[in-house]
Design a protein around this ligand. Structure first.
Ligand SMILES: Cc1cc2nc3c(=O)[nH]c(=O)nc-3n(C[C@H](O)[C@H](O)[C@H](O)COP(=O)(O)O)c2cc1C
Length: 377
């Protein structure tokens, strides 16, 4: 039975299917609850929330589902120079974005009090919420944070993009390893070599990690239907984490315009770019991606570039200018067929059953000992 293994047993899941967490407000209570109630693991990215907001969200989630769920943080959540800008640097950044303010007819923003939260502040609140799973990207939390999780019965899940990162995660005693192939939508969460130098595809990444680590491996990147789930499990993963296909469902926190783009031919072409946030991430190739090509040295550090680019979003949405906003997407977008999370989830289960059924039937057919014409074949 493909549904059951050490990963599902540990968490009491009916299926080894994780709805990938989304940061920046793109996760939702409804999406998490639908997936957790269906027997998978629903997730919520809280990287953009402050400690009090994380505690409030925790209470809302508990009111919504009694099933296990996953909360997600970014361990490294700012680059060098990404915490503050001097007034002169702020003015220079405004000048870089001036053509967009003019194109959208909006006022340039005022200097903010802060651009994002610190991991150390957020993780305390997350520990108080006590989710069944704490997943994280961009590094390994300190031993004291991992110990605190263990003491509270929180299962830890760390994302990796290379075998070296997986070995480091395993050595730190993290419970689950989320191996993210470069097909995935959103950020490339590499924490050892640069993201550009850590672009291994899912098909090659999963088995090399499975062969070398103790922790169960969850495969992420490029999986959008049951064939992909079955393939990842055949490679030795104990679970799959699916992002883009759930993001496209109406329960997710994204906008109708983004969803429309995900289901359109535009999503056949994705790009890896730092233009939307300051860190390398995959989204639909659009005008904004092209604008910053060749101007990479002008891109501000994470998360400040994201604060400026995100400031265009409301006007771009209102004016239906998808070319001027991030349209996160993985390479599997052309496989998308479902607009409701419950339908996507049951299709994934049905199709995975069918894929394994086909495999068993065809391998039985090829085995000379069971082939009706075996002797003569
Ligand atoms: C819009 C978007 C935001 C994401 N944000 C996060 C995040 O904050 N933390 C995280 O661990 N993964 C994040 N991811 C990665 C997903 O959880 C998942 O691993 C990935 O999308 C799987 O690849 P796929 O898109 O090909 O299905 C994000 C993905 C997308 C598309």
């Amino acid at each position: 039975m493909w549904q059951r293994n050490a990963f599902t047993e540990r968490l009491g899941l009916r299926y080894p299917i994780v709805q990938g967490p989304f940061g920046s407000g793109l996760s939702s209570l409804a999406l998490l609850a639908t997936v957790s109630e269906a027997g998978g693991l629903g997730s919520f990215g809280v990287q953009h929330l402050g400690p009090e907001q994380i505690r409030t969200l925790g209470a809302e989630l508990r009111a919504r589902t009694e099933r296990p769920f996953n909360l997600n943080l970014w361990v490294s959540n700012h680059d060098d120079g990404g915490l503050t800008l001097s007034e002169a640097q702020f003015a220079q950044a405004l000048a870089r974005f001036a053509p967009y303010y003019a194109a959208l007819g909006i006022e340039p923003p005022a200097m903010p009090a802060r651009y994002g939260w610190r991991f150390e502040e957020q993780v305390e609140a997350l520990l108080d919420v006590r989710p069944a799973v704490f997943s994280f990207v961009y590094g390994i939390p300190s031993a004291s944070v991992l110990d605190a999780c263990r003491a509270r019965g929180i299962v830890t899940a760390g994302a990796v993009t290379t075998l070296d990162e997986a070995l480091a995660m395993d050595a730190a005693g993290v419970d689950l390893i989320v191996a993210s192939g470069m097909e995935a939508g959103g950020h490339r969460v590499s924490f050892q070599r640069s993201a550009e130098d850590s672009l291994t595809g899912t098909l090659a990444l999963i088995p090399q990690i499975v062969d070398r680590v103790r922790a169960p491996v969850i495969a992420a990147g490029g999986i959008a239907d049951g064939r992909g789930v079955a393939a990842a499990l055949m490679l030795g993963a104990q679970g799959v984490q699916i992002g883009t296909a759930f993001l496209a469902c109406e329960e997710s926190g994204t906008t109708p315009l983004h969803r429309e783009q995900l289901f359109s031919d535009a999503a056949r072409y994705t790009a890896l770019t730092r233009a939307f946030s300051g860190r390398l991430a995959r989204g639909i190739h659009n005008e904004f991606v092209d604008d910053w090509r060749g101007r990479e040295s002008e891109i501000l550090p994470y998360p400040i570039q994201g604060w400026f680019a995100g400031g265009l979003r409301a006007a771009a949405l209102e004016q239906k200018r998808p070319g001027l906003m991030s349209l996160w997407s993985g390479q599997a977008a052309p496989l998308l067929r479902h607009r409701r999370a419950s339908e996507l989830f049951s299709a994934l289960v049905r199709e995975t059953d069918a894929a394994f059924g086909r495999f068993v039937r065809s391998s039985t057919a090829l085995d000379p000992s069971t082939h009706p014409e075996g002797e003569s074949a």
